[in-house]
Design a protein around this ligand. Structure first.
Ligand SMILES: Cc1ncc(COP(=O)(O)O)c(C=O)c1O
Length: 393
């Protein structure tokens, strides 16, 4: 299936209006426009002439904010303001292309890269997501991430809007439209849009969104970092093992680390075993040279760590480590390790040199972490076709 590409010009008002019309037709957006005005909308009353009047109750609620300061916008004005706001708040990341199943196409205008309020992923957190890195014009581990995405969707009872081959095709076409050679692809499946109820049974259809983000090309950082044990409760296994959009515990876990001057926090599971970080897995190298990973049944099965299990066989062959094992890891065992490291699509491989007050190993970045990072980087630029999908730009 070919995803149509709609590129709204940035400056032509005529074309912007045309785009705005199709945008609002496909989205169930309710801008406060004067066309067929509802009699009341959040306390605002519209006269037939389109001039808003306020109910007494609404007036008293907002008497500290004169309504004249809150403009009533046409859809064109709202979209123009979105565009200006995006331009004003340009961060380090650039959003190059977005696919949206509601409008059934791809846009390259960041102002149009929005999703409707009535999508259950927005107001109920009923959505799942996944990612894939774009490296040198290839998608790294696209199929592995897509498989996990489908598993997460099944666990979250989200019906797939397309079969996985079509989803894969849409993702590749979105990357083609973005022209991005190095960056990241993120995509979401939502229970659907159409109302603000809890059950998605009344939703029009499940939705699929994808976005391509340009990241500044920088060398991966292999400097050792400090981590702390998180005081934020870990998600129960059924939620930790699916990649849902409910990342509030993860965000708080990360903020706790930053407030304490650390790179990230590490969760323990309810039995006190080492679990994972908020967007990364952890692993250790013991003094008798075992690469040790906590079990995956209570944490997100990281694609990076799973790939590492294969790549690390190189180090086994060379005699640098004696094997790779996956089992319960106690905090004492982890803190006693010769090396500790973080794994994930974002961090790649990051050595940990201190966990809480405990210095790990000799306090320096270890050789196994470095060797694993090199193996991963090599795999990302020249690995087999099972992990590298060439994007036909
Ligand atoms: C909670 C959590 N654990 C682990 C990972 C690492 O997974 P991956 O290697 O697939 O990026 C992530 C990545 O997003 C995550 O969010």
């Amino acid at each position: 299936m070919a995803a149509p590409l709609c590129i709204p010009p940035q400056h032509s008002l005529q074309n912007q209006n045309k785009y705005a019309k199709s945008f609002t037709k496909h989205y169930n957006f309710q801008f406060l426009v004067t066309r067929n005005p509802p009699s009341t909308l959040f306390g605002l009353q519209s006269s037939n002439l389109g001039v808003p009047r306020l109910s007494n109750q609404a007036q008293s609620l907002i008497n500290s904010t004169p309504i004249s300061e809150v403009p009533l916008l046409s859809r064109e004005e709202a979209i123009e303001r979105l565009r200006l706001s995006k331009e004003r708040h340009k961060g380090k990341q650039q959003f190059l292309a977005m696919y949206c199943s509601i409008f059934g196409g791809i846009t390259t205008d960041p102002a149009a890269m929005v999703i409707p309020m009535d999508d259950h992923m927005v107001h109920r957190g009923h959505g799942i997501f996944d990612t894939a890195a774009i490296v040198d014009g290839h998608l790294y581990e696209l199929d592995q991430h897509l498989d996990r995405c489908v598993r997460s969707a099944t666990m979250a009872k989200i019906r797939l809007p397309f079969d996985s081959e079509t989803m894969r095709n849409i993702l590749i076409q979105t990357v083609i439209a973005s022209k991005c050679k190095n960056g990241s692809l993120r995509y979401w499946l939502s229970a659907g849009y159409g109302n603000f109820l809890l059950s998605p049974s009344g939703c029009a259809e499940p939705t699929f969104y994808a976005i391509v983000i340009q990241t500044s090309a920088s060398q991966p950082d292999h400097k050792g970092v400090k981590v702390i044990t998180s005081s934020i409760p870990i998600k129960p296994p059924v939620f930790a093992t699916m990649k849902s959009v409910n990342y509030l515990p993860n965000a708080l876990c990360q903020m706790e680390a930053e407030e304490n001057g650390c790179f990230t926090s590490v969760w323990l599971d309810t039995e006190g075993f080492v679990a994972e970080g908020p967007n990364m897995n952890v692993a250790f190298v013991t003094y008798d040279k075992e690469l040790l990973m906590p079990r995956f049944d209570k944490v997100l099965g990281g694609c990076t760590l799973k790939r590492m299990r294969t790549l690390a066989q190189e180090l086994v062959k060379k005699g640098d480590i004696r094997g790779v094992s996956t089992r319960d890891v106690t905090v004492e065992e982890g803190k006693r390790a010769e090396e500790m490291m973080l794994f994930g699509s974002g961090v790649l491989v990051r050595p940990v040199v201190q966990w809480d007050d405990k210095i790990i190993g000799n306090g320096n970045e270890g050789p196994i972490a470095r060797a694993l990072l090199d193996l991963l980087l090599e795999d990302m630029i020249s690995g087999p076709s099972t992990v590298r999908t060439a994007v036909p730009y």
